[in-house]
Ligand binder design. Sequence first.
Ligand SMILES: *Cc1c(COP(=O)(O)O)cnc(C)c1O
Length: 499
Amino acid sequence: MKYKSTRGGASGLSFSEAVVKGLAPDGGLFVPEKPIVIDSLDLSAMSSMNYEQLAINIISRYADDFTPEEVKDCVKKAYSFGSFPEIVAPVTNINDKLSVLELYHGPTSAFKDMALQILPNFMTYAMKKTGEENEVIILTATSGDTGKAALEGFKDIPGIRVMVFYPEDGVSEMQKYQMITQQGNNVRVVAVKGNFDDAQSGVKKIFSDEEFASVIAKDGKELSSANSINWGRLLPQIVYYFHAYFTMARNGQIRLGAKINFVVPTGNFGNILACYYAKKAGLPINRIICASNDNNILSDFMATGTYNKNRSFMTTISPAMDILISSNLERLLFDASGEDAVMIASLMDELKRDGVYTVDNRTMNNINETFWASYATEAETLRTITDTYNKYNYLVDPHTAVGLNVYEKYRQTTGDDTTTVAVSTASPFKFNSSVAEAIFGKEALEGLDEFEVLEYLSEKTGIEIPMPLRNLNKKEILHKKVCEASDMKKEVLEYICSK
Ligand SMILES: *Cc1c(COP(=O)(O)O)cnc(C)c1O
C-alpha cells in the first residue's frame, strides 16, 4: 500500500514514510492510494478472531512494508502486555437496539490509548526502515486526552522525544494532573494561554515552518506528529469498528452481514473517520452518526455544505470536542469529492485565509449518504448522563453522553431503528465532576475537591476508580511551565536544544 497527500503534492510513500513524516510536505494529510477490500468471505473468516488477531490482519493490509512478525510485535506490545484488560474493547448492551463500545480501558482512561499505545511501536520500526538518523520530536497539541496518551505511549522510547502543549484552562482537572505528573526521560509538557485551537494552530505553524525544520535538522532533529493527522493513528482505530461488529454478531445481536449504525462523539474527526474507512473497506455499516457538542461546526457543515469557523469558541464539559478546525475532515472531503486534490488544496487555503469554505453539492451528497450529524447542548448532555444512569444503571462520561443524546435525536428524526453501537470515548471518572453533578446534584458535591468527588462517585455508584486515575494528587508535579501561544516555537527550540 502506498500513500499520497490530499493536496496532490506527494505520492508513492510507504506506510513507514507516512508515519515518520506525519504531515505531507504540502500541508496535506496522507491517505492510502487504494482502498482495501474486505469481502464477505473475509468477514466470516475474521469474525471469530480476538482483538490481537484482528488488529494484525487489518493493519497488515495497510502496512505492507512491515513484515508479518513486525506487525505482530507492534500489536502484542500495544494490546497484550497488560496495558489493557483481557477484553481490550468491551461492548456493553444497553437495550435491544443499542450497545456501547467502551474504548477507555487503556492506561490513560480515554480512547486515544487504542492508537497511541501502538503508534510508538510503528514509529520505532518505521524509523529503522526509512533510515531515520535524526532524533524525532513528537510535537502535539491536546484538548486533554491525546497529550496524556502520547506521553504514556512514547515515554522512554529511544530516539524519540515528546512535547505536549495543552490549553491552560481548556482541560479537566483530572486531565491536567495526568499530564503535569508525567514521568519519563524524554517528555515535556507546557500549558498554553488560550484554547485548544490556539494550541493546535501554534503547533501547525511550527510544522509548516520550513526554516525551523532546517534549523533543527542541522542539530539532527526532526518533527513528527501524534495527532490524528498521522495515518499511524487512524489505522489502529479502524480495527475496533470491526471488532465491535464481530462481537455483536457473536453475541447473537446481529446476523453476520447485517448493517449497523455507529454513533461517534467527534472533535478532530479522527475516530469517526476510522469508522468511515471501515465502511469503505467493507464493514456492513448503514449510517455513521456524527455527534458534536455546542461547538456544532460539523453538524452545521453537514446540513449546509458551508464550513465556517468564524464563530465563538465554546468551552464545554466535553472538552475533547471543543474544536473548530476538525483536521481530518480534509480526508473525508478528499474521498467524497472523488479525490479532487486541487479542490481540497483551495478549500484549505480558503479556510486558512477566510475561516470559511463551501463544498459543492455532489461532494455533499456523497457525504450525506453515509453521515448524519447533530449536536447536544450542555443541558442535554447532563440530562443524558442522568437518564442513562437512572434508566440503565450505566455510567457515561460527557463525551459519550453527547453521542447518546444525538443518537436519540437521530432515531426520532429518521425513525431508523437499525441496531446501533455508540462509541464511548472516556471513562466517566475522567470527567468526574460533571458526571457526579449530573447524577447527584451540585449540592451533594459542595466543599469536595476534585479527588474527593472521585471517591464520592465511586462509593455512590459502586464502580471502582480506574487505576490510572487513582492517587494522582499524591504524585509529584513535574511540569509547571506556562507560555503565550506566540512563544510556542521558542519553547520547542528550548526543549530541543536541551539535553
Ligand atoms: C479525542 C476525543 C474525542 C474526539 O475524537 P476525535 O478523533 O478528535 O474526533 C472524543 N472524546 C474523547 C474523550 C476524546 O478524548
